[in-house]
Design a protein around this ligand. Structure first.
Ligand code: FAD
Length: 496
């Protein structure tokens, strides 16, 4: 048993309970229970939406609560598609969000690829800490998704590998949906178009949704009102603006190819080319690694990387050269942040912008009745006002699952969903929620002092965040502490 953090957080949980109770006008010793929702809508059937659907199904078991998941993808039949790894294909197309890989559009269609998953991607987290707590990974190689009745990460079969392919993650999510009977709750081909707070004077107001449906013609345009709406629409669809590229007025503009990482699929397309990846986080580094197997040279540039070495020699790993920030891009040369001649590079054919994605909620608009209580500005990477990065601070029947990044996503989704289910009708007062939300948004999240763009960056703060979610969910105990501590140790080991 891990005593230290458990004791501290047990006290913290008691305080959260007391705070929640007093701030809702109830006596501290009076045990408050959450309201029981009659209807829950979930936007998106990616990993976050599936986890939320499962948690609500469990939390509302035995009640007449209706849980509906809206997924804009259609549920295509996958029987004819086969699987590239030779196993029986058990993936459910339409679920899985980013893990539902569709490849590149045919050349003849003239369309650009607009989904972030790429052909040879393997996870950058080991499956032991990537799965859901309630259904850890079984044996990937054997497609054996056995239930492991344990809170601890499953270290599985020593004969198995830790970093699955995207197809295997899709299979895992399909198994999860099948095992918990989630597919029947999903309305496939239904895209949410509008969201509206029904009663602005009621802080736990129901929420109206409007959607359009392609899969079933009888519901081509519909609407419905829900007690709780959980937004789980993902955050890898809208490329961040291209502010990194700047021009030099004296030289002609870059005539090579500029593309965003969302368009990348197959490294063989870069055979013999000189490629610059701008941005060296997870995708920039992985793309540089893949492409370097075919390209003649790859430059990987990021403002967080060390400037050119003191002796003016750029650092190279094979044919990948690490560069600082990209400053000037012209057709004659590209200049990186530095003063030496090595900071100027010529002959680059292709620039891949690996500068990330923006949060995007096209269904939240002027008609949503959120007024000034909504901010999601292009390029800011911040959603506000949110209480605990999860609930809309003014109208908490609206929640956003999966906004924090640099985290273990699946375990975090599960805990966030459990907190939403446990806190419906509870939470601190409006005043306290708003104060906390404004502090968070203006302070740049848990990093102090933080940048606005890092409001939802958790990294090492995620463990305390998960403990807090677990306290709010009412399931924090020594087993949970063990689970979180083991995830932390495994994650830190993975980062070595
Ligand atoms: P998504 O998977 O994007 O799902 C959102 C769903 O919402 C989609 O199905 C979409 O169609 C639907 N939707 C959107 N708008 C609407 C609407 N208006 N109406 C109805 N439906 C809508 N995480 C890891 O844990 N390990 C990894 O190794 C890893 N590698 C990654 C590699 C890449 C290239 C990317 C892009 C991400 C990676 N991630 C990884 C992070 C990954 O995004 C999360 O793990 C997780 O899958 C995100 O799930 P989500 O449900 O939040 O979003």
């Amino acid at each position: 048993m891990i005593i230290g953090p458990f004791l501290i957080f047990s006290i913290h949980c008691v305080l959260i309970h007391a705070y929640t109770s007093t701030n809702n006008g109830a006596a501290v010793d009076e045990m408050r229970v959450p309201n029981s929702p009659k209807s829950v809508a979930i936007i998106g059937a990616g990993a976050a939406g599936l986890a939320t659907a499962r948690v609500f199904a469990r939390a509302t078991e035995g009640t007449d609560c209706v849980i509906r998941v809206f997924e804009k993808h259609e549920k295509k039949d996958n029987r004819d598609r086969g699987s590239s790894n030779g196993k029986d294909d058990e993936r459910i197309f339409g679920i899985g969000g980013v893990w539902h890989y569709e490849g590149s559009p045919p050349m003849s269609s003239n369309q650009k690829k607009n989904k972030p998953m790429y052909k040879y991607l393997r996870t950058n987290l080991p499956r032991e800490i990537m799965g859901f707590r309630e259904r850890p990974w079984g044996n990937v190689k054997r497609n054996d998704w056995r239930v492991v009745d344990s809170l601890m990460p499953s270290f599985g079969d020593p004969d198995d590998y830790s970093y699955p392919t995207h197809e295997e993650v899709h299979s895992y999510l399909s198994d999860y949906a099948r095992h918990f009977n989630l597919t029947q709750k999903i309305s496939f081909g239904c895209e949410i178009k509008n969201l509206q707070i029904v009663n602005r004077d009621d802080e736990w107001s129901p929420i109206r949704l409007e959607w359009s449906c392609t899969e079933n013609e009888s519901c081509s345009h519909e609407e419905g009102v829900f007690d709780i709406v959980c937004v789980a629409n993902g955050h890898y669809a809208k490329p961040a603006p291209l502010t990194i590229i700047s021009k030099d007025d004296q030289s002609p503009a870059f005539k090579g190819t500029i593309m965003h990482a969302v368009e990348y699929d197959d490294p063989q397309a870069f055979e013999g080319k000189v490629v610059l990846c701008v941005g060296a986080r997870a995708s920039g580094s992985d793309l540089a690694r893949e492409i370097s197997q075919y390209a003649s040279a790859v430059y990987l540039s990021d403002s967080t990387l060390d400037p050119l070495l003191g002796d003016d020699i750029p650092r190279s790993h094979g044919n990948v050269t690490v560069m600082p920030r990209t400053d000037v891009v012209t057709d004659e040369y590209i200049k990186f942040n530095g003063f030496s001649k090595e900071s100027i590079v010529k002959g680059i054919d292709t620039i891949i912008l690996c500068n990330g994605y923006d949060y995007d909620f096209p269904f939240i608009n002027d008609g949503s009745m959120l007024g000034d209580d909504w901010s999601c500005v292009t390029g800011e990477r911040r959603v506000a006002p949110l209480y605990e990065q999860l609930w809309h601070a003014r109208y908490p029947s609206l929640a956003f699952v999966g906004l924090p990044h640099s985290v273990l996503p699946f375990p975090l989704f599960e805990l966030q969903a459990e907190a939403i289910a446990a806190q419906f009708g509870l939470l601190p007062t409006l005043d306290n929620r708003m104060k906390a939300a404004i502090k968070d948004a203006n302070g740049g999240g848990p990093n102090v002092p933080g940048r606005v763009q890092d409001t939802h960056f958790l990294g090492g703060f995620q463990w305390d965040y998960c403990r807090k979610m677990s306290c709010l969910a009412g399931n924090y105990d020594d087993r949970m502490e063990g689970y979180l501590s083991l995830n932390k140790v495994s994650k830190e080991h993975n980062d070595l």
